[in-house]
Ligand binder design. Structure first.
Ligand SMILES: C[S@@+](CC[C@H](N)C(=O)[O-])C[C@H]1O[C@@H](n2cnc3c(N)ncnc32)[C@H](O)[C@@H]1O
Length: 218
């Protein structure tokens, strides 16, 4: 586990309550936009979950407020949500979800899953961290299982990494480690695993290229 991720997890542990409040405040600034974003994400999740067997086991890494895991559960899947920050864990549990404290870089999966969802978490992984998580999820997925994740596209910044506290929806009052991945860099580490890329696109931001979105298949 990188020292960058370890330090960032400490910040989440101290300030996850600020994160939750900021994201609600941000959504209230433009509720229609927030609704459109939510519907788009839910459409993407649903399309991919429909590729799985009915009642399939799904795991989410770094669930944060638990909204995505709740949506997956409501679609009828057997979802386990997870995070490291206690405030997030309590928030997720309050939504009635099966929840565990799980560090994607240090803890081992004890079950097999048909899909693992990891949304806006690679932002806090070094390249080495990302390789570890890709390998580890590959090993724990059922054959044909999906690993669904996104990462911030290096094209929007032209820097590899930085410590920052954004003033927008991600504001927390403390700097966290952010990694910006190029498509080549991610493709290079994906190639080292057995995953096949079954869907890839860019989305978000002023030029619709802020996020690199991947659906990988074992
Ligand atoms: C930007 S938040 C995203 C939360 C949620 N996935 C979402 O999209 O709203 C990043 C999340 O990654 C989690 N995280 C970062 N490093 C992690 C690690 N090594 N293991 C598990 N969770 C991690 C943080 O605790 C935090 O919940």
């Amino acid at each position: 586990m990188s020292k960058e991720n370890k330090e960032t997890l400490k910040i989440y542990d101290q300030k996850a309550d600020v994160y939750l409040k900021t994201s609600i405040k941000h959504n209230n600034l433009d509720p229609d936009k927030a609704k459109r974003k939510r519907e788009k994400l839910e459409g993407f999740i649903k399309k991919n979950m429909e590729l799985l067997p009915k009642d399939a086991k799904v795991f989410e890494i770094g669930s944060g407020d638990g909204l995505n895991a709740k949506y997956i559960k409501d679609l009828g899947y057997d979802v386990t949500a997870s995070d490291m920050a206690d405030v997030f864990i309590n928030e997720i549990k309050s939504k009635g979800l099966k929840t565990i404290k799980f560090n994607a870089l240090e803890d081992e999966f004890t079950e097999k899953y048909f899909a693992i969802f990891c949304w806006r978490v690679f932002v806090h992984f070094t390249k080495e961290d990302a390789q570890i998580v890709l390998q580890k999820t590959y090993e724990t997925l059922e054959n044909g299982g999906l690993f669904i994740f996104n990462a911030i596209n290096r094209e929007i910044k032209n820097v590899d990494e930085e410590w920052v506290d954004f003033s927008n929806e991600y504001h927390m009052g403390a700097k966290r480690y952010y990694k910006y991945f190029s498509e080549n860099e991610l493709n290079e580490i994906i190639t080292k695993t057995g995953y096949k890329i079954c869907d890839f696109y860019k989305e978000g931001g002023a030029n619709n290229n802020k996020w690199l979105v991947y659906v990988l298949k074992k």
